[in-house]
Design a protein around this ligand. Structure first.
Ligand code: HXC
Length: 523
């Protein structure tokens, strides 16, 4: 019997190159063409666009399924339908995985899940963000309960990593059933527009059979629906490249982990720059709506503001910017939508954003102009009490620097929910146009003087007179300032400078909480 003779190194390397070539071809030419035919890039092409050139390092490259059922033993692919690893994005270390739809529809089985989990484990050890590019038919049917177990393991990693490293998902294909929940557990979801991209718990076919409702894939779970109605999606990308660009822009505001400060950038915009346009942007007439973003763009460095959840709950605006080079999270009422009143979606949106900022050492700036919480049965039945409480909880819980600027109306529970001194705000400023009270003038007067108005000879006149008196007392910042609730009343043009100085003073802020397992935010 001839002894096994190990081939030469040259031959071994040649064999390795052939195998690697096979790995890089994913599910093969035909499937790649099919993928391209849908307007989608392959997993490898996506990673190439995401990472700095030549800087991606793959892990578990050759790992494949152990399953044999339904012919899987004859249908194995290296990599098992997901590429995982780490690399540099704009010079910073980041982990990523990209599901490869050309291999078994990017479906998730035991090995596939294990690769994602391993990437997360490494990312957690070294404190680096994880980006998931999802493009998958969901749980791999042939691997039965092992696929479901795999999802469980991924979800657990999402939760373990929450608040430790930033997690971003790019929705770059379908996601059905439980597969939607990993994206939902991450911090930010970027979804691409177009027919090839959708996510839902129950698809159109089963929806029709079970409740008789007919709906298209896009109307049920397209990017626009999730960005405007469900609030599942934070950013809509015009196309694949746009999704990568948004991801990079978002990363530029985030620290790599919860032990780091967010990245400082010398923006060249002077901290004491006067916001000359501030006065003309905000009408003193409190019923006149305006778009708070016009003010935000003028306050932040070089007008660069990355708005989060831009198309959902537009009555509150949240997003990232820089002041004097330092990253801030901004939470601002927007009177251009529902008069800036807070409803359940706005409360959810703000609370989640504030909690993200707090977890990752990003100071929060509140710009206040709200008449209160939205009244009516619709909101009460949906639980404005429960949802509104989330904002209070998020601000009170946050230990990052918190600065509030009241630019116009600040009424009732919403006044508190936008962060005031007793809730833990470090600094509270008001413009001369601020109005601070328990409730708006007409409502207040009707409650305080109900009997007098009813029995008055001219009720309308008395109402008007009392409203004027109430406005005189409360439609200004000075009553509250005299009581020590406002640190200073400032000229609108000084807003940026005042915030910059406050942030500088608060840089080394330390605030401690009672030890506990975790709080119980009203969900
Ligand atoms: C195994 C799958 C698969 C899956 C797709 N494929 N989904 N293989 N398990 N879940 C395979 C197909 O058999 C096909 O293989 C290849 O991937 C491409 O799929 P197509 O159907 O040809 O692609 P397309 O027409 O683009 O349709 C995409 C799709 C459809 C809409 C996603 O594939 C689909 O409906 N898949 C099943 C979705 C599903 O019900 N998943 C389970 C959800 S529940 P060949 O060899 O023909 O190329 C779930 C539970 C998670 O995920 C629980 C977590 C708690």
């Amino acid at each position: 019997m001839a002894l096994y003779e190990k081939p030469s190194m040259d031959k071994l390397i040649e064999d390795l190159k052939i195998l690697k070539e096979k790995v890089y071809k994913g599910g093969g030419e035909e499937k790649i063409n099919f993928q391209h035919g849908k307007g989608k890039l392959t997993a490898r092409e996506r990673l190439n666009q995401l990472f700095d050139e030549g800087k991606f390092n793959e892990i578990l490259t050759f790992a494949t399924t152990r399953a044999t059922e339904f012919g899987l033993d004859k249908n194995r692919f290296y990599g098992d339908g997901v590429i995982a690893g780490w690399g540099k994005i704009d010079g910073r270390q980041v982990f990523a995985y990209a599901q490869d739809f050309t291999i078994l529809g990017g479906s998730l089985g035991e090995t596939h899940a294990n690769k994602i989990v391993r990437a997360y484990e490494l990312a957690l050890k070294v404190g680096a963000p994880v980006i998931g590019i999802n493009d998958s038919g969901g749980a791999r049917i042939q691997e039965g309960a092992l696929s479901l177990e795999g999802y469980g393991a991924v979800f657990k990693m999402n939760v373990m990593a929450s608040g430790v490293i930033p997690q971003i998902t790019i929705m770059a294909g379908p996601a059905a059933g439980g597969a939607v929940y990993s994206p939902a557990l991450t911090d930010f979801l970027i979804m691409i527009k177009g027919d090839a991209y959708y996510m839902f718990v129950t698809g159109p076919e089963i929806t029709k059979v079970s409740i008789g409702e007919e709906v298209s894939y896009q109307d049920l779970g397209g990017a626009i629906i999730h960005a405007t109605k469900s609030g599942v999606v934070h950013f809509v990308a015009e196309n694949e490249q746009d999704a990568i660009n948004i991801t990079k822009r978002l990363l530029s505001y985030l620290p790599s982990n919860n032990m780091e400060e967010p990245p400082y950038v010398d923006t060249g915009d002077p901290a004491d720059r006067a916001v000359q346009s501030a006065e003309s942007i905000v009408p003193t007439d409190s019923v006149k709506p305006f778009d708070i973003r016009d003010l935000i763009y003028n306050i932040v460095d070089n007008s660069e503001f990355l708005e989060v959840h831009k198309l959902w709950a537009q009555n509150i605006t949240v997003g990232f910017g820089r002041i004097n080079g330092n990253v801030v999270g901004i939470v601002a009422n927007n009177s251009a939508y529902y008069g800036g009143a807070i409803d359940i979606d706005a409360a959810d949106k703000a609370a989640r954003f504030i909690r993200f900022c707090d977890a990752f050492n990003i100071p929060v700036i509140s710009l206040v102009d709200t008449p209160g919480y939205v009244p009516g049965t619709d909101q009460e039945y949906k639980g404005i009490i429960r949802h509104g409480a989330k904002m209070l909880y998020a601000f009170a819980e946050a230990t990052v620097p918190k600065i509030t600027v009241i630019v116009r109306r600040s009424y009732g529970g919403a006044h508190i929910a936008m962060s005031i001194k007793s809730l833990g705000a470090d600094l509270v400023y008001a413009w001369p146009s601020a109005e601070i009270a328990v409730t708006g003038p007409e409502g207040a007067v009707r409650i305080l003087y109900r009997r007098e108005i009813q029995s008055a000879q001219n009720p309308e006149e008395l109402l008007k007179q009392k409203i004027t008196e109430y406005k005189k007392l409360f439609a200004n910042p000075y009553w509250a300032a005299e009581k020590g609730l406002i640190d200073d009343v400032i000229e609108p043009k000084d807003t940026r400078n005042v915030i910059a100085r406050g942030l500088e003073m608060l840089r080394n802020k330390r605030e401690f909480r009672y030890p506990k397992k975790h709080g119980n935010i009203p969900l």
